[in-house]
Design a protein around this ligand. Structure first.
Ligand SMILES: *Cc1c(COP(=O)(O)O)cnc(C)c1O
Length: 448
C-alpha cells in the first residue's frame, strides 16, 4: 500500500455550501491519463504546462453532432469554425470527417486553402474582407457571406472586372427571444433590411444568391432560439421563391451551441444544463421541415458549430508552483497556467482535477496563474484537495478559443500535443522560444 501523504492540520470554518436540488456532490476524481497516456509522462516529455488534444474526442463529438442532425434532416453539412481552434492538425481532423471550412479573415481563408480545403467548400464570414480577399474568393468560387451594404456594393463593383459570378449568402440578424440580441453582424430581419439586401442582389443580375446565414450568438443555452431563427430564414427563402421563383441552395445556422463548461455564477454545472445536440437539431430541423419550402426545394442545412465540438477535446496539464495563504487566511495555490494561455477562465469556472492521488481533505482554494498581474486568477474559489508544490493537475474542456485567443504576455506559449487514435503522442505546435517572439522586432540603428 502506498504511504499516505502527511498533511499539516488546518483549522477550517465549516461551510454549509450551496447544495443544488440534487444535493451536495463531491466530484473530485483523479485524472491521471488522457486516452491512456499518463499525464506524468506527457509533462516529463513535453514540459509543463502542456496543451493536450484528444483526436478521439474530436471525432466522437463530431460524429455525435453529425448523427443528431443527419437523422432528422436529409442534407446536412458541417463547416469547421477556424477561429475556434485553427491549429492545422485540428482543422485536418475536422476536414477528414467531412467538414468544410468557415473563416472570418483573409488569414484564416489562406490557412484553409493551405490545409487543402477545396475553395468551393470555404465559407467566408465576417465584417472584414478586403477587396483582395473578395477578389480571391470570387475567382475561387468560395461562398461569401455578406455582412453589410458596403460589402455588397464592393462585390457588385467587382463584377465589372471579374468574369466569375460571385456566390453569396447574406448574414441575417434577428430577434430570437434571447438576450443580448446580436445585431451588429449582418442585415436585420425585423426592420426589413435583410429583405432589402436580398432584393438588391437579385436585381443586380450579376451575383448568384445561393444561401442564407445567421449566427445568433455564442454559448446559447436555449435550443428553441434556433427554431425561431430557422423559421425566419425559411420565411425569407419562401419570399424569394414567390417573388423571383428563386431557390436557395442552403440555410446556414451558424454556431453558438453551448459546450458543457460552467459559466461563472451559474447555479448548476454545465454538464447538467447544456442542451444536447439532439435538442438543437430538433429545434432547427422541425422549423425547416414545417416551413413553406417545398420538399423538392429543401436547402442543405449548414452548421458552423465551434465551441460545442472542440471544447471537450482540449485539456491543459500543469504543475503547482506554490501554496500560499493570503493575509486574511485564504488558501491560494499558484499554478504554472495563467490567463495568458487560458483566456476562457475569464468567463468559465473551469474543471480542475489533480493528476495524482490525493487525500480527501479539501479546502476552499483560490487559484492564481504565474503572471505578475492581479487579473491572473484561474479560479476564484474551488473546493480542492491540498496539492503540494510540484504536483500536477489537469484543466479540462479548454479546446475552444484558448489556442487562438491566447496572448503572448510575460511567458512563452507551451507545447501542444495531440493524442492520436493509436495512443501516440504527436507534437502539433512547438513551444515558443525567445527567438520566435523577438524575430519580427527591429532595433533602430542608433540604439544598436
Ligand atoms: C465564431 C463563429 C462561429 C462558431 O461559434 P461557436 O460559438 O464557437 O459555436 C460560427 N460562425 C460564425 C460566423 C462565427 O463568427
Amino acid at each position: 500500500m502506498e504511504k499516505l501523504q502527511f498533511e499539516r492540520p488546518a483549522i477550517k470554518r465549516i461551510e454549509t455550501g450551496m447544495p443544488s436540488k440534487f444535493g451536495m456532490r463531491s466530484t473530485t476524481q483523479i485524472i491521471s491519463d488522457i486516452d491512456n497516456v499518463l499525464i506524468k509522462d506527457i509533462i516529463k516529455d513535453y514540459g509543463s504546462p502542456c496543451f493536450i488534444i484528444s483526436e478521439k474526442t474530436i471525432r466522437d463529438t463530431y460524429q455525435d453532432a453529425y448523427r443528431a442532425f443527419s437523422t432528422k434532416y436529409p442534407k446536412v453539412q458541417f463547416a469547421w469554425s477556424y477561429k475556434t481552434n485553427y491549429l492545422n492538425a485540428v482543422c485536418k481532423v475536422y476536414h477528414s470527417e467531412g467538414s468544410w471550412a468557415e473563416v472570418v479573415s483573409g488569414f484564416e481563408y489562406d490557412k484553409a486553402i493551405a490545409n487543402g480545403v477545396e475553395p468551393t467548400k470555404i465559407i467566408f464570414n465576417g465584417p472584414d474582407k478586403s477587396v483582395q480577399d473578395l477578389t480571391k474568393a470570387i475567382k475561387n468560387g468560395s461562398l461569401i457571406h455578406i455582412d453589410h451594404f458596403d460589402e455588397l456594393y464592393s462585390i457588385i463593383e467587382l463584377t465589372g472586372t471579374i468574369s466569375e459570378r460571385p456566390k453569396v449568402a447574406i448574414r441575417v440578424n434577428m430577434d430570437t427571444g434571447i438576450f443580448p440580441q446580436w445585431t451588429r453582424f449582418g442585415f436585420n430581419y425585423e426592420n426589413g433590411e435583410a429583405w432589402d439586401a436580398l432584393n438588391r442582389i437579385m436585381v443586380s443580375g450579376k451575383i448568384d444568391l445561393i444561401g442564407l446565414h445567421s449566427h445568433i450568438g455564442t454559448y446559447v443555452m436555449i435550443a428553441s432560439a434556433y427554431g425561431v431563427a430557422a423559421t425566419k430564414l425559411a420565411d425569407l427563402a419562401s419570399q424569394l421563391y414567390i417573388k423571383y421563383n428563386h431557390v436557395i441552395k442552403y440555410i446556414d445556422m451558424g454556431g453558438g451551441f453551448a459546450s458543457k463548461n460552467t459559466l461563472k455564477g451559474a447555479y448548476l454545472p454545465g454538464t447538467d444544463t447544456t442542451p444536447s445536440f439532439d435538442e438543437y437539431a430538433n429545434s432547427i430541423t422541425s422549423a425547416l421541415l414545417r416551413s413553406a419550402i417545398k420538399p423538392e426545394n429543401l436547402p442543405t442545412l449548414i452548421l458552423e458549430t465551434g465551441r460545442a465540438l472542440i471544447d471537450d477535446a482540449g485539456s491543459i496539464a500543469g504543475t503547482v508552483l506554490a501554496n500560499k495563504r493570503l493575509a486574511d487566511g485564504t488558501k491560494t495555490m499558484i499554478l504554472d497556467v495563467g490567463v495568458n494561455m487560458l483566456f476562457t477562465s475569464f468567463w468559465y469556472d473551469h474543471k480542475i482535477t489533480p493528476a495524482q492521488s490525493f487525500s480527501h481533505h479539501t479546502e476552499i482554494t483560490k487559484m492564481y496563474g504565474p503572471l505578475c498581474m492581479n487579473i491572473d486568477v484561474i479560479r476564484e474559489s474551488i473546493e480542492f484537495p491540498l496539492l503540494k508544490k510540484g504536483d500536477n493537475f489537469v484543466i479540462s474542456r479548454i479546446g475552444a478559443y484558448n489556442m487562438t485567443q491566447w496572448m503572448q504576455f510575460i511567458t512563452l506559449r507551451p507545447n501542444i500535443v495531440m493524442i492520436d487514435l493509436k495512443g501516440n503522442v504527436n507534437i502539433v505546435r512547438k513551444a515558443e522560444t525567445m527567438n520566435n517572439v523577438s524575430a519580427n522586432e527591429i532595433i533602430p540603428e542608433h540604439l544598436k
